[in-house]
Design a protein around this ligand. Structure first.
Ligand SMILES: [Zn+2]
Ligand SMILES: [Zn+2]
Length: 118
């Protein structure tokens, strides 16, 4: 198997479990539900291109499409398919990290991004 060196990191700086295929990720969803009674959803990561699991109640789907917008660190920005899912994500991040984010329309008009409010 082909391991990527850069692991995606979730909240709390814990590295996210990486699944190579959607079916592997869905298997992980079933396993987590059976073992921990936690509702999870699988999603395709826009950073590594593989799949991770996220708690179902926090699911804010990222757009399938990608765009060429980058943040200051040069990594691709998360693209949200709708304004409401971007706003939902902004609300979660504000509650969890105290980070205030504003929603703006992608320059390529492929969706929406979040940007830090200074
Ligand atoms: Zn990832
Ligand atoms: Zn963009």
């Amino acid at each position: 198997m082909n391991f990527k060196s850069d692991t995606c990191v979730g909240r709390n700086n814990r590295s996210l479990t990486l699944y190579y295929t959607k079916s592997e990720a869905d298997e992980g969803v079933r396993y987590t539900k059976a073992t921990y009674r936690k509702e999870m959803v699988s999603y395709k990561c826009s950073k590594c291109g593989y799949y991770h699991l996220a708690p179902a109640n926090r699911n804010t789907p990222l757009a399938e499409k990608r765009c060429n917008c980058f943040d200051r660190n040069g990594s691709g920005k998360d693209l949200y398919s709708s304004k409401s899912s971007a706003e939902k994500r902004a609300k979660i991040l504000l509650l969890e990290n105290g980070v205030k984010l504003s929603v703006y329309k992608c320059l390529e008009e492929r969706g929406y991004h979040l940007s830090k409010v200074k």
